[in-house]
Design a protein around this ligand. Structure first.
Ligand code: PEP
Ligand code: MN
Length: 264
């Protein structure tokens, strides 16, 4: 069902207020790895509004490699994040880690993100297939493109057609970067599926200085949107600071991305 053979016209995801994610437009989603406090959220919103970015990302349930790392503010943090964004006309993108979180999160979530560690959590995918909210499905840490498409099929066939795919880098034998952003996946996915393809260069390369070139490359390769991490003071971020852009860097990158998008 997610194949271009089944449906030729690209899927458009409508958020109301004239806001759509679709082929032919460049959707930007930005924000911290983790939601930390009200001040951080408001400062990020101010940055996004000034840049014309309509989606803020941020996790309140964080999948951390170590159980001793910061694991997020939870549902209370989500409510604060959602209310501040709603007051400023921003839609939120936030990760759901398990089935039991879907119902409590739903009133405070605009886009459910499925993280790379959950791409093949088929129970979670089944349940998200029944939800009337858009889903951003990330590619698995060592997942193939076809596995990503089969995971998308779980959600789509369950009845939820508001689905976006996300290339976020895969684990390879390379150790110079956190992951290897698979630029190849972009034109391949664009040909295979009618779903929007969003690229995450922050997790894809994992090094702040290289996020911008990979974002620009992803746009030229055909990405419909870019999701990336930004924080007022990346050095102090509760998670993923090393790959997080300052607001100054974010602003500069947005300017370049818009120029590159015109060239595409
Ligand atoms: C994130 O977006 O902060 C995240 C944990 O992403 P991924 O699932 O791609 O690692
Ligand atoms: Mn992160």
């Amino acid at each position: 069902l997610v194949s271009r053979k089944w449906k030729v016209n690209p899927t458009v995801i409508d958020f109301g207020d004239g806001l759509q994610v679709k082929e032919g437009e460049l959707t930007l989603m930005a924000g911290p790895c983790s939601i930390e406090n009200e001040e951080q959220v408001q400062k990020t919103i101010d940055h996004l509004v000034a840049q014309g970015v309509r989606f803020m990302r941020g996790g309140v349930f964080k999948p951390r490699s170590s159980p001793y790392s910061f694991r997020g503010l939870g549902l209370e943090g989500l409510k604060m994040f959602y209310e501040l964004c709603r007051a400023n006309g921003i839609k939120i993108v936030t990760e759901v880690m398990q089935v039991s979180q879907i119902a409590p999160m739903e009133p405070y979530t605009d886009v459910f993100q499925v993280g790379a560690r959950n791409t093949q959590n088929f129970n979670l995918l089944d349940e998200l297939g029944k939800v009337d909210k858009p889903v951003l499905l990330k590619r698995g840490i060592s997942g193939t493109i076809d596995e990503l498409l089969y995971s998308a099929e779980y959600i789509f066939s369950g009845g939820n057609e508001k689905l976006m795919l996300c290339e976020r880098g895969i684990r390879t034998y390379e150790t110079a970067s956190r992951n290897t952003l698979d630029l190849n996946a972009i034109p391949i996915l664009k040909e295979k599926t009618h779903l929007p393809v969003i690229v995450d260069p922050s997790h894809g390369i994992g090094i702040r200085e290289y996020v911008e070139p990979m974002a620009l490359a992803a746009i030229m390769a055909g990405a419909d949107g870019i999701i990336y991490e930004t924080h007022e003071r990346p050095e102090e971020a509760a998670s993923d600071g090393a790959q997080t852009l300052s607001f100054t860097e974010s602003e500069r990158m947005i300017r370049k991305m818009r120029r590159v998008f015109e060239l595409k």
